[in-house]
Design a protein. Sequence first.
Length: 239
Amino acid sequence: MKSAFSHYAAMACCAAALLAGCSQQSGAPAPDASQQQAQQTQAGDAARNLDTYRQLLRIQNDEMAVTMGQDIVKRFPNSDAAKEVQQTLPEIEKRYSEASEKNRLASLWLYQVSPMAGGTQSTATIANNRVQLVLRRHTSWGQSVFLYGSKPGFVCHGNCAIASTVDGKPMRIMAFAPPTGEPALMIRDDKAFIAMLQKAKKITLDVTLADGEKKQTLVYEVGGFDPAKWVGVGKQGKK
């Protein structure tokens, strides 16, 4: 009887040892001191960066908020900080992207008021490959719209029709070369062109350059035009 009891006790001890071994193998090893320190440091960094992100949101600094938010998600992907950032970051990224594009389009335009030929002119200019699209008001010459390039200018005999697209929609715009010989093409109906431009995002104009009669498509992203910055110049004479 005693022998049988000892046999069963030994078996029980072996079973317990096996279970303990399995438990140790299935569980992740406890982090050592250096790993614990690294985890604490990472958690502290995530918390501080999250606090900065929150402050940037409060002051509506979208540019820096996007940068900080993306950094938190990349460096601490499984943290509570990353989870919180991901709740607001997509909206901030979208808003910042739209604002950046709006600013880019606005920066394509140059507005100037200056003396010109015994009067004063106000211009709004956007350039493409050294060919400028110019909206002009002049106290003596009135309002005009024209393309201005480099000599020898453009091929246009009398009236010429410029094949164009406005936001992808094809159209033809009538123009003429100035009799004074400047390297320009004057748009016939400036009022209609300006009204169209104010509603457009992109205008393309197919022109022929006099230098070698090279055909060129001019592309103007006009969506950033600000009519308020194209100031008036007082009483204007007839064109």
